[in-house]
Design a protein around this ligand. Structure first.
Ligand SMILES: NC(=O)c1ccc[n+]([C@@H]2O[C@H](COP(=O)([O-])OP(=O)(O)OC[C@H]3O[C@@H](n4cnc5c(N)ncnc54)[C@H](O)[C@@H]3O)[C@@H](O)[C@H]2O)c1
Length: 360
């Protein structure tokens, strides 16, 4: 794999810029990947993770930053795609000095890259990073930020699920449908609320006993199952993976009884080709990066000065985008994941091209 694109190198990743940052005193080792700024400054979170090697950290940042370009394009944002990784165990090395050192590297890119939370980084960390750079979002409400992004993530997933339901059953509602939610964390809990309000029957599972207690106390009508294997095999109409990535693989897809998959988890397809397995079984998969974009819509809104109603309106449009993708998938005869990529690439090309019109 090479970052630099050459005409005869199909393996090149095609990224615009990859920046290695080091501060020996604090132990900071970070890589910032900018895949595309065709639509605007690159936006994507900072993952703080103890990778096995520098190669693994680089591969992850290249992959994640490319994914953000597609996600931001389909979310209708005027933002490109980027991501950063900090290589190390956050439990061991995260400190105010390390985060601020990182913030200075972000600042040095002069706004080509905006950072936010991801695995291993939290709203409080963004507040610290913000002491060194303007180019950070996902801060706490007390520091002028938007706070918890799971509220709009769940709202967006619900909108995408409505569009998928309409495509399969003709009406944009989950009323009367059995929806299986795997993972009752921050997003899963809000999603359960929207589903029950819409008249759906909810079946759920979680590995954390506290999450199950929450469901028993707050929504006693929710049926709780032992584990994800039981949920996948259950008589459900919709499967909503809201826990970890890789939820759809060679074992789960053949066992799945649902007709629709729409959930919050990132990277639900365990490997390329799973989208075809789903399509072959007649299961409609609403691409994860389309339906879970509510969170990035929220942090993007914060860059303008956060307005919850405006951000919610934008997240509601995930319904329209999902509809368009499902229609395109039908008309092009491709799985929705492929149609989503095509639509994102079209927007990056069409809107990105406008910058060639010289202004001054
Ligand atoms: N929070 C956001 O704004 C946001 C935005 C986009 C995507 N996502 C993705 O959505 C997913 C959920 O995010 P979250 O913020 O709710 O995370 P979370 O950590 O709050 O919740 C995840 C839940 O899944 C449960 N879980 C973990 N492994 C499980 C398993 N094997 N079986 C059943 N339950 C299991 C955990 O106990 C936890 O309750 C993640 O994949 C995340 O990357 C979140």
């Amino acid at each position: 794999m090479g970052v630099f694109a050459t005409t005869d190198d199909p393996e090149s990743t095609g990224h615009e810029q990859v920046v290695f940052c080091q501060d020996k005193q604090t132990g900071l080792k970070a890589i910032i990947g900018i895949y595309s700024t065709a639509l605007g400054p690159a936006l994507g979170g900072t993952r703080f993770y103890p990778y096995d090697s520098e190669e693994a950290a680089l591969a992850d940042v290249l992959d994640l930053s490319r994914g953000m370009a597609y996600k931001n394009a389909l979310a209708g944002l005027d933002l490109g795609g980027g991501k950063a990784v900090i290589w190390g165990d956050p439990e061991q090395i995260k400190s105010e000095a390390l985060l601020r050192a990182y913030g200075r590297f972000v600042e040095s890119l002069s706004g080509r890259y905006y950072t936010a939370c991801d695995v291993g980084t939290y709203v409080a960390d963004m507040d610290v990073i913000a002491r060194e750079t303007r180019y950070v979002t996902g801060r706490s409400v007390e520091h002028g930020g938007a706070g918890d992004s799971s509220i709009l993530t769940a709202w967006g997933v619900f909108q995408g699920m409505r569009a998928a339901a309409e495509h399969v059953w003709g009406v944009p509602t989950l009323h009367g449908k059995r929806v299986g939610v795997a993972g009752l964390g921050k997003v899963g809990r809000y999603l359960v609320g929207h589903l029950l309000d819409d008249g759906a029957e909810v079946v759920a599972t979680d590995v954390n006993p506290r999450a199950l207690d929450w469901a028993r106390t707050t929504h006693p009508q929710v049926t709780l199952l032992d584990d994800v294997t039981a949920l996948v095999a259950a008589d459900i109409d919709v499967y909503a993976p809201c826990a970890l990535g890789g939820a759809l693989d060679d074992d789960t897809v053949p066992a799945l009884r649902a007709k629709v998959v729409a959930g919050a988890a990132n990277n639900q397809l365990a490997h390329p080709g799973v989208e075809k397995l789903l399509a072959d079984r007649g299961i409609l998969y609403a691409p994860d990066y389309v339906v879970n974009a509510g969170g990035v819509i929220q942090v993007a809104d914060e860059i303008e000065g956060f307005d919850f109603d405006r951000a919610k309106l934008r997240a509601t449009r995930i319904y329209d985008t999902t509809r368009e993708i499902l229609r395109l998938a039908d008309s092009d005869g491709v799985p929705p994941a492929v149609a989503a990529d095509r639509l994102a690439e079209r927007r990056m090309a069409e809107i990105g091209r406008l910058r060639t019109i010289h202004l001054r």
